[in-house]
Design a protein around this ligand. Structure first.
Ligand code: ATP
Length: 705
């Protein structure tokens, strides 16, 4: 018996499903189920479109009452693209129905030819630009019944009932992005070519469509590409953990979700475990809900076996269970305390030698010293001077000889005593304590498998803690990109834990699905000095667009005006709302000022801290570069550098220290740039005395004024 093909769908289908009247849903669902079981054409019932076959796309359609279901298929899957009304005879012109036998060439060509598709799309856009009316009217009136069917919130009904053209819809104030897009797509069906070029989503089964219509299911997961797919299953039966690396937007987080599915299948089916437990950790709180939702969609009922959490939350849980919580020191408190530790530390040797040691520490700069204490000594849990003298200090550029390390150790001891007295602790101390306590908590080896996404910025203690939560080292799966490391300066995995040895189980992804080639390449060129690892020479992109821009401004007023015009233009060009735009800033202060400035320009904008990120909120999102990690937005501006002291480099910092701080901040800027999917603008002050705001090569960046 032939195995059932996988059920795939295009994002456009989701809107069609919402728009479909309830009474017709049942029949359409039956037809889709039948198609998934047997998509082969049958005379006049299931037909293929010759026009698209020339592009290598085998498009078919099936009638269902007054609707037509458009789909493609191959031997492994059936992809349902869109559902259209039958009486909309728009397609008849472009459709050449054909029930002749296929030529061998047509049959041989099973894949879509991306170049032919791109050319056809370009031609269509050019035609549209020249022929489309300025403001197309809605083909049917907006009714309450329609708005309810499209699940548009009742709060918007009154104003939408007065809208009757595309321009009116896009300029109607107070609507959220989803509402505008949903109504626009209903009124003006996307051309088939656009729908076909959307990525495939994976349906668990055809009933998922019903659950989506009922509001039980909110999202669908992407189908992995042939490059990505093996990593979901690869080295599942190996003796050690596996690591997937890859630049921004290469799908590491998406693969991590699929890895959970493979692990679950292995545990449930092969190992016969009745109720396995899997931990999936994301870096930021903002991704917890979306990851949980995608896992629910991917795993169905089995999602109950998976816990989705941040490492920070797990650390809190361990400390809470062991009743060992302590307040964390604020930045100012910690700086004060470290300064005091330097003053009060006693050094070895004669007076002259003691003075020399103190001088070394003062020259090092407070933040550099603090990082030495926290990321080298505490995070790597070095408990003796001997261990510190022998430690590799990976990633630290400033070399320290034995005498200098002894001086640091003296300060460290005084620092620990002062912290103890304060009754508080640093974040790294908290992580280190949790790691030591985990064996006494219920979480120890609680999980059959652990998947860690974006591991490059977890400190070694947090990583070790995650290793201890897993019952078996060979069921640990990690994704990371060292060049997106914005806190630490790098470490070697096996230094962190002996179980983290990936020999032969490290793989690299090359295709970027998020950003256009122009944005990706410009960001890579900018990163150069900050790279912790050489950027992969083999890079591929699936999208193209205009070169990103760099613009210089004189003052805050000019900056906000520039932002406003960039967002207005880019959102119009891309047919997106302001909800698709983000401003990434160096500090909260500059972010709040920019949000106020944009509001004054009548553009809805809101500053959000890392803890209160609400990505569903309408309007422009303003957030710090650091809290944008792991996220993505179609339109991005990096801004807020006027008048802010960024990066903060101590005046007396040595060349090595400067290089280390600048490298880290350059990576932070790089992370910000690579959040952009389609349009990117960097705004710098006219006076570019900031070393971070140089390095925009005209070959990659549009620098015209
Ligand atoms: N096979 C694919 N087809 C189409 N889109 C994809 C595919 N894989 C990933 N994407 C999309 O590319 C974007 C980036 O994916 P993802 O967040 O998984 O990448 P990442 O490597 O984790 O990125 P980063 O490290 O920059 O945070 C997302 O919008 C995702 O939906």
């Amino acid at each position: 018996m032939a195995t059932q093909r996988q059920f795939l769908l295009k994002p456009a289908l989701l809107n069609d499903i919402l728009a479909l009247p309830h009474k017709e849903m049942h029949q359409v669902m039956e037809k889709i189920s039948a198609l998934v079981a047997n998509p082969e054409p049958e005379g006049k019932v299931k037909m293929r479109f010759k026009k698209y076959w020339k592009l290598g796309i085998k498009l078919y359609r099936l009638r269902s009452g007054r609707f037509r279901i458009f789909y493609t298929y191959n031997e492994h899957s059936v992809s349902i693209c869109t559902i259209r009304m039958r009486d909309a005879n728009t397609y008849e012109d472009e459709v050449e129905l054909d029930d002749e036998e296929l030529t061998p060439e047509e049959l041989a060509d099973l894949g879509v030819d991306p170049q032919a598709l791109a050319n056809a799309q370009r031609e269509r856009y050019q035609w549209q630009e020249a022929h489309d009316p300025e403001d197309p009217p809605f083909p049917e009136p907006v009714t309450v019944e329609l708005l309810q069917r499209l699940r548009i919130p009742p709060a918007f009904h009154a104003r939408l009932l007065r809208v009757n053209s595309k321009e009116q819809l896009w300029h109607c104030p107070g609507l959220d992005e989803d509402t505008i897009l949903r109504l626009d797509q209903y009124m003006f069906e996307a051309p088939l070519l656009d729908v076909i070029s959307q990525p495939d989503l994976v349906g668990h089964n055809v009933d998922d469509l019903l659950r989506y219509k009922e509001g039980e299911l909110l999202d669908f997961l992407l189908k992995l590409s042939p490059e990505q797919e093996p990593f979901a299953r690869w080295s599942l039966s190996a003796s050690g953990p596996a690591l997937v690396k890859g630049g921004p937007g290469t799908g590491k987080s998406t693969i991590a979700l699929y890895r959970v599915q493979s692990l679950l299948q292995q545990l449930l089916r092969q190992k016969g475990q009745p109720a396995p437990r899997i931990l999936f950790t994301t870096y930021t709180n903002a991704l917890i809900n979306s990851s949980s939702e995608l896992l629910r969609q991917l795993l169905g009922e089995d999602a109950r076996y998976v816990t989705v959490q941040t490492a920070d939350k797990l650390i809190s849980q361990v400390l809470h269970e062991c009743q060992q919580q302590r307040p964390v020191l604020g930045n100012d408190e910690l700086n004060k305390l470290t300064r005091r530790a330097v003053e009060e530390a006693t050094f070895e040797g004669n007076l002259l030698q003691q003075q020399a040691q103190k001088q070394t520490l003062t020259r090092m700069g407070l933040s550099y010293l603090l990082e030495e204490l926290t990321t080298i000594i505490v995070a790597r849990q070095l408990t003796t001077l001997e261990a510190y003298l022998a430690a590799p200090r990976t990633g630290r550029k400033l070399r320290l000889n034995a005498t200098q390390r002894k001086a640091v150790w003296q300060v460290y001891q005084r620092w620990c005593a002062l912290i103890e007295k304060s009754g508080k602790e640093t974040w790294q101390q908290r992580h280190a304590r949790a790691e030591q306590l985990v064996e006494q908590s219920r979480l120890h080896q609680r999980f059959d498998a652990v998947v860690v996404d974006e591991a490059q910025d977890l400190d070694p203690c947090a990583l070790r803690l995650l290793v201890k939560l897993s019952k078996a080292a060979n069921r640990i799966f990690i994704t990371a990109d060292a060049n997106q490391s914005i806190y630490g300066s790098g470490f070697t995995w096996s230094d962190v834990h002996q179980d983290l040895r990936f020999q032969g189980r490290t793989s690299i992804l090359h295709a970027n699905y998020r950003s256009t080639q122009e944005i990706g390449e410009a960001a890579n060129a900018y990163l150069t000095f900050g790279a912790l690892e050489p950027v992969e020479a083999e890079r591929r992109y699936v999208n193209n667009g205009p070169m990103p821009d760099v613009r210089a401004v004189l003052n805050g007023h000019h900056e906000v005006q520039l932002l406003a015009s960039f967002f207005r233009k880019a959102s119009l060009n891309l047919r997106l709302t302001l909800g698709a735009c983000a401003v990434l800033v160096p500090t909260e202060k500059s972010g709040r000022a920019i949000a106020d400035g944009l509001n004054a320009q009548n553009l809805e904008a809101c500053y959000m801290s890392g803890q209160e990120l609400n990505l569903a909120r309408p309007g422009i999102k303003v957030l710090t570069l650091k809290s944008a990690k792991g996220l993505e937005f179609p339109i991005v501006a990096l801004s807020g550098f006027l008048g802010s002291i960024y990066p903060a480099i101590p005046e007396n910092a040595s060349a090595d220290e400067r290089a280390e701080i600048l490298g880290k901040e350059r990576r932070t800027m790089y992370v910000g740039m690579t959040r952009a999917m389609r349009a990117l603008l960097v705004i710098t002050p006219v006076e570019r005395d900031n070393e971070l705001l140089i390095g925009f090569e005209p070959i990659c960046w549009n620098l015209s004024s």
